[in-house]
Design a protein around this ligand. Structure first.
Ligand SMILES: Cc1cc2nc3c(=O)[nH]c(=O)nc-3n(C[C@H](O)[C@H](O)[C@H](O)COP(=O)(O)O)c2cc1C
Length: 170
């Protein structure tokens, strides 16, 4: 199974990136071929601005993956500008694919903000979402480490379920 993890935050201190790294380890331990993309390493432009070579690279990775995990921060009760740009411009090859969400937020009241992403993935790209979303807040971390045991258990459950369903859909 070839899983692409897209860490969409551009923050140098991204907490959703830490979730993505943890998921990379979990799935690699199961023998999954994982490619972790850090979007902050990519040059991206919005629609109506010049398309970059990095955007083509990302689009190709999406096309070549069996399934996708998206790491995202919550920004103003929605997805980030960078994530919207790649959804608009690079996700053509994602149609029909299985995917999952790893989310970092500042507080515990924005958990429904992931529905914006679900709407785009399901309605535009007919993707199939894992019915378990990881939602973490600032209090789950100490520095670059996840300090909440419950979150680590939820990440392990996410990895098990993503692996089980992902392999069945191959
Ligand atoms: C402009 C801005 C808007 C934000 N909006 C929300 C929000 O609506 N709800 C929330 O819980 N946290 C919000 N946050 C906090 C981020 O979700 C939090 O910092 C999270 O760690 C971001 O993910 P990242 O660290 O992977 O970039 C916001 C942060 C910024 C800078």
């Amino acid at each position: 199974m070839k899983t692409l993890i897209i860490s969409s935050s551009l923050s140098p201190n991204s907490r959703s990136f830490i979730l993505c790294q943890t998921m990379e380890k979990e799935l690699t331990n199961k023998g999954v071929n994982v490619d972790l993309v850090k979007l902050s390493d990519y040059e991206i432009n919005p629609y109506h601005r010049p398309r970059t070579a990095d955007m083509d690279t990302l689009a190709q990775k999406i096309t070549e993956s069996d399934n996708i995990i998206i790491g995202m921060g919550i920004y103003n009760y929605s997805i980030s500008d960078a994530l919207k740009i790649i959804l608009d411009n690079c996700f053509g090859g994602s149609t029909g694919k299985f995917y999952g969400l790893l989310t970092a937020a500042g507080g515990d009241k924005s958990f429904l903000a992931t529905m914006n992403l679900t709407q785009i993935c399901m309605n535009q790209y007919r993707m199939i979402q894992l019915p378990r979303i990881i939602y973490a807040t600032g209090s789950d971390f100490v520095g670059d480490d996840i300090s909440n045991e419950d979150l680590l258990e939820r990440l392990a459950s996410f990895a098990n379920e993503f692996y089980d369903i992902g392999t069945k859909l191959l």
